[in-house]
Design a protein around this ligand. Structure first.
Ligand SMILES: [Fe+2]
Ligand SMILES: [Fe+2]
Length: 268
């Protein structure tokens, strides 16, 4: 069987997350031999949005395609980067308004197979006003995917129910559906009966001793004492964690045949 192996990192949070992905890939490129490496970068630059230099850092580590989410536009320099450079490998949620900067999907040929990566924002318990992720992904796949295309989707969403709805909606049209945004890994990775690799959330990469990658003291002040505190990753971290899923897709049938969580903690 000729398979395509995808390695997908969830939300990469700040400097500690970038270091964790870099360290993990130094090992996993050899151990896992991935053909395509993706990561969610909405929290890449100090927890909020992106910058060109942080994107270049992940590219240097070996990440091919980067998806995002509701924090993609939080850093002005990152917005300008998307407008000026229009990178083909960094994509926005496709159901944002068409006037927003950034590509709606990414394409790449891997082991001779066309691959289409789509990023979507959920609507349930999310404050952003976006078009239906279901109608949006259907439009993109129907328009841009051929019968040969391996479709990979990152649904950046809060509600597990919405992610499972997408699983049943897109089954048969996609090979891999990953969830991001909650920053907490779920233990439900599986292959559906229709051959879709699925996980509700991959979890974040970043400072291990934190609250979802953010400084725990700041979170306490905000949540417990209701203080108007700006959340950000901790300045220092003695332990960092990298979290991803690895999924093998049969190129001939486009069905996923194996999915597994991978994570590693590093002392720094
Ligand atoms: Fe996030
Ligand atoms: Fe998010």
């Amino acid at each position: 069987m000729n398979t395509l192996r995808v390695l997908y990192f969830g939300d990469v949070v700040g400097r500690h997350g970038r270091l964790a992905v870099t360290k993990a890939l130094q090992e996993w490129k050899e151990e896992l031999a991935p053909d395509l490496i993706c990561a969610n970068v909405e929290n890449l630059a100090h927890g909020f949005g992106i910058t060109e230099s942080t994107i270049r850092e992940l590219e240097a580590a070996g990440v091919h395609i980067m998806t995002s989410g509701n924090h993609i536009y939080d850093n002005d320099a990152g917005v300008q980067f998307l407008r000026d450079k229009n990178p083909k490998n960094v994509i926005k949620p496709a159901n944002y308004h068409e006037s927003t900067p950034g590509a709606r999907f990414a394409t790449r040929t891997v082991k001779g197979a066309p691959v289409l990566v789509v990023n979507l924002l959920g609507q349930t318990f999310m404050p952003e006003e976006v078009a239906s992720p279901f109608e949006t992904v259907k439009d993109i796949v129907d328009t841009f995917a051929s019968s040969e295309t391996i479709v990979i989707i990152d649904l950046h969403a809060e509600a597990t129910g919405e992610k499972y709805a997408m699983k049943y909606f897109i089954e048969g049209k996609a090979s891999l559906l990953v969830g991001t945004h909650t920053h907490i890994v779920t233990a439900d990775e599986h292959i559906s009966t229709g051959g879709l690799g699925f996980i509700c959330d991959i979890g974040f990469s970043g400072a291990a001793d934190s609250s979802l990658g953010m400084d725990a003291q700041r979170v306490l002040h905000k949540v417990v004492y209701n203080q108007p505190v700006h959340l950000e990753p901790p300045q220092e971290a003695s332990r960092i964690v990298a979290r991803a899923v690895v999924c093998d897709i049969d190129i001939a049938t486009k069905k996923a045949v194996r999915i597994a969580r991978v994570d590693r903690t590093y002392n720094v």
